[in-house]
Every structure is written in C-alpha cells, then in structure tokens.
Design a protein around this ligand. Structure first.
Ligand SMILES: Nc1nc2c(c(=O)[nH]1)N[C@H]1C(S)=C(S)[C@@H](COP(=O)(O)OP(=O)(O)OC[C@H]3O[C@@H](n4cnc5c(N)ncnc54)[C@H](O)[C@@H]3O)O[C@H]1N2
Ligand code: MOO
Length: 458
C-alpha cells in the first residue's frame, strides 16, 4: 500500500496548485463571455475536441480526469478571478491566495504559562495583595524579593525572573512565599515573540484553510483571509419522474441527486448557488443553461439518447464544445464535459444515481479542485480482499470499505443503486478485465471518509 496524502511528484506538472493560484492572483482582466473557441490543446488547455453535433468514441477514464483538470486551468486563465478577503467564519476549506504573515508577535507580551506567582530574584518573597489576571493592563514592575499571584495567560510584570507554579510554593506564617523545589531563571514564562515575530510567514500561499488554520489566523490578528474564491456551481436536475418528498408512486421516484449533490460539491470546493428541478423540457433546459452565469453547470439525467434526453441537443443548439462525450467507465459511461464559454463549463451527470457519483468523481472533482486551487490527492492503492468482476473494456468504480485486510468490495453497486456507496469509505478503480483477490487497486476516497477538510461540508 502507498499512503494517501498530497501529490508532490512529477504528476503535479499537469495540475500545479501554484499555477492555479498565480492565475487567480494575476487577475488577467475581463472574462471573454462569448461562445467557446476551440483551444490549442496541450498543457493547460483542454485538447480540441468535437462539436456537440458529432458523437465520438468514449474517452478512457484517466484521460477524462486529465481533460477536466486542463479545462479548469483554461477556465481559470480566462476568468476574472480575484482573490477575496473572506471572514474567518466563511473561509473553511478555501485555499490561501496570499501567505499568512503574522500581524503581531505571538505571544504579543511576556505571559505566564502557569497559575502561580510571578517572582523577582531569589526567595523567600513577599507577596503583593493584588494578583494579576489574564486580560488585565500591564502590572507594576516587581522589585527583588517580591512576588505576585498570577494566572495562566496574564501579563508578567516587568522585571519578573520566573513563575512559580501554585503547587510548588508555600507561604509561611508571616505570609512570605517559599519555593518547594529549585527555581530556574525564566521558568514558565512565555516570552513575547516565542512562537513568531510580527511579519514572520506562518503559512505559504496554497495552504488549505482548515479549522487549525482559522485558529492560527485569528491568534495572529486576522479578521479575514485572502483566499481563492470557490467556483460557483448551479445544479440542474432533469426528469419528469422525480418527486421531492414522500413515497414513490405511480411510476414516480424520489429525486436522490438533489439532496446528494450540493453537499458533495461543496466538499469538493464549490459554492453551490442553486439546485433547479427541470422536467424533461428542452426549452426550459435551454433557458436555464443560457441564462446561467455560474463557473460550472452540473446537470443530472438526460445524457443518454432517449426521446427526452435533452442534454446533447441543448449543447448542440448553443454551439458548445464537447470535451468529453462518454467515458470508458462503469457505471456512468454517458457522462460528459462541455465548454460553453471560455470560462464556463458543463458537466452532464447520468441520471442513474451511482452513475452520477461516478461522473462527479471523474469530471467534477478534478475540475472543481483545480478551480479552487486545491492540491490533488496523492493516488494510493490497497489490496482488494475479494476478486472483482471487470468490464471487458471499461474501468469500473466499485464502492469499498477500508479494513485491515484491505479494500472490501461492497454489494449493491449497480448503476441505479446507492446502497453500496452509502456504506462505503472509497471507490476502488477496477481495471478492464477485473481484479483478482489480493490485487492492488487505486482508491478514490470519499470526502466524509478521509478525515480531511472534506469532512467539513459547510
Ligand atoms: N439505449 C441506451 N440506453 C441507455 C444507455 C445506452 O448506452 N443506450 N445507457 C444507460 C446508462 S449506462 C445510463 S447511466 C443511463 C443514463 O441515462 P440519462 O443520463 O439519460 O438519465 P435518465 O434517462 O434521465 O435517467 C436514468 C435513470 O436514472 C433515474 N434518475 C434520473 N435522475 C434521477 C434523480 N435525480 N434521482 C434518482 N434517480 C434518477 C431515472 O429515473 C432513470 O431510471 O442511460 C441508460 N440507458
Ligand atoms: O453508466 Mo450506466 O451507469 O452503466 O448505468
């Protein structure tokens, strides 16, 4: 097994967080909002693909992911994406677009590390009547032979030579303080600037704002963080058969994707602005797509070639460029990625719920991650506990739980089923032809199972 982490090897060349950040910082000017022009392909630009009126062969699964990454880099270049000053309570999960430099010394004054007495010189000491508490103004200086009660975090008086912990001192009948063990000069004083000096770089550009980063930023004097804005996503849920509440009846079923996608997209770095349910109505879909100014439109359903599958005809009608039109992956092979404008893309997720998850992780994840300037997770593998049937030509994504004995494939992994993925920790990438028991398989972690920032869905 190789351990998961942040990718730092040569693969980073294709997906360079620094570059994504540089694109945001450069703020290259007004976005071109006209119809998409074919890109030159190659590094940083999606490869030129086919217009939406021709059906091409499906893209191999790894290539589909790379294409989505490249599309995001091209979009970031085309868009006007200036770093934002984001209040700390809204910055979780964002990427820092500026280094975090300390705005103050930390601690910002000499402070007591313990509850006890601040002392000057050798004991015994006479103890002042008034103690010193955290948050109070600077106390008067101590003179040799003097002590004052002090609380953890309080400012030590000028000329303090050490702090004596409460449990290491006793007062005699005349009220004088004696140490019960040796006192070392400077003990239990946190000197000003011990952690950092004002201006020190605490964290570099590209750091993910975790809860700990928010805490450090607050301690260092920040009210806002300069961060890469979240890519804005609008979700369009297609299908006449979908109910938003109650039990399925009369051939109607519950919409599983409307509730599932927004938090998942947020975990991938997006700001989900809206979820709109559209029936199988080509005009309504056309109106929704053409009036949308999101960075990414995610549609669900309607990707196949049925009579009410309106995604392809709509893309043709608006002159969109299909970068990915079907992927050699099961489930989810009808998924697609289209460029609508230089800085606007559409990911078409198949309607079958597990197929939609497959599209989310294959196309939306690399696209959003790159736009959000998040680092790619380092690929890792685990042995499969059980053999997994393969598709003859396509990659399979199979829900698994991670156990000591390896990745355990789950049942209920059909394209229309969510029962497997709802119990899963990850998806195993099963190559064409299948995998033997004990064979190493690449794993795609699910955001709630990684224990990382992805668990924070706010
Ligand atoms: N002739 C062919 N038919 C189909 C093919 C094919 O290659 N040739 N591919 C199949 C595969 S694979 C998939 S996946 C689906 C993709 O279908 P669409 O993206 O067009 O989706 P729909 O037809 O709208 O729906 C498919 C299925 O999923 C259900 N659905 C849709 N939306 C939701 C939702 N929000 N929540 C829950 N379930 C949803 C829908 O009711 C259908 O049962 O096409 C196959 N057909
Ligand atoms: O892509 Mo479909 O998911 O095989 O049902």
């Amino acid at each position: 097994m190789t351990s998961p982490g942040t990718r730092s090897d040569a693969q980073a060349e294709d997906l360079d967080v620094e570059e994504a950040l540089a694109l945001v910082r450069e703020n290259p000017g007004p976005a071109h909002r006209g119809p998409a022009r074919p890109g030159p392909g190659g590094n940083g630009s999606p490869a030129p693909h086919h217009p939406a009126n021709s059906r091409h062969r499906a893209t191999p699964w790894p290539e589909a992911r790379t294409t989505a990454e490249r599309a995001a880099r091209a979009a970031a270049r085309a868009a006007r994406r200036t770093p934002l000053a984001v209040p700390l309570d809204a910055a979780l999960g964002l990427t820092l677009a500026a280094p975090l430099a300390a705005l103050t010394d930390l601690p910002s004054f000499d402070t007591s590390a313990m509850d006890g007495w601040a002392l000057a010189g050798p004991g015994p000491w006479t103890v002042r009547n008034e103690g010193v508490l955290a948050g109070h103004a600077e106390p008067a200086p101590l003179v040799d032979g003097e002590a004052v009660r002090i609380a953890t975090g309080a400012r030590v008086p000028p000329d303090t030579t050490a702090v004596l912990r409460s449990e290491h001192g006793r007062t005699d009948e005349r009220g004088r303080l004696h140490p019960t063990r040796d006192v070392v000069h400077g003990q239990d004083i946190r000197p000003r600037g011990q952690e950092c000096r004002s201006g020190d770089q605490l964290l570099p550009v590209g750091t993910l704002a975790t809860p700990a980063v928010l805490g450090l930023a607050a301690a260092a004097g920040y009210d806002t963080l300069t961060a890469v804005p979240r890519p804005r996503v609008d979700v369009l849920v297609l299908g006449d058969e979908l109910l938003t509440g109650g039990l399925p009846h009369d051939g109607l079923i519950r919409d599983a994707l409307g509730p599932m996608l927004p938090p998942w997209l947020r975990a991938l770095g997006a700001e989900v602005r809206s979820v709109t349910r559209i029936g199988d109505d080509a005009e309504a879909l056309h109106r929704a797509v053409t009036s949308c100014d999101a960075d990414l439109i995610v549609t669900t359903g309607g990707t196949a070639a049925g009579p009410v599958d309106h995604v392809h005809p709509t893309l043709r009608r608006i002159g969109a460029e299909l970068l990915v039109d079907g992927v050699e992956v099961r489930p989810g092979h009808p998924m697609l990625l289209a460029r609508l404008k230089d800085d606007q893309y559409l990911v078409g997720l198949p309607g079958n719920p597990l197929a939609a998850v497959s599209g989310l992780l294959t196309l939306a994840e690399p696209l959003l991650r790159t736009l959000a300037a998040r680092p790619a997770p380092e690929p890792y593998t685990l042995p499969l506990r059980d053999a997994v049937h393969g598709h003859p030509h396509d990659t399979r994504l199979v829900p698994v739980v991670l156990r000591d004995e390896g990745a355990v494939p789950l049942r209920y992994n059909g394209p229309a089923m969510l029962r497997g993925i709802a119990a899963a920790d990850a998806l195993a990438v099963v190559p064409p032809g299948g995998a033997r028991s004990g064979q190493e398989a690449e794993l795609l972690d699910l955001p709630w199972a990684t224990g990382g920032i992805g668990v924070c869905f706010t």
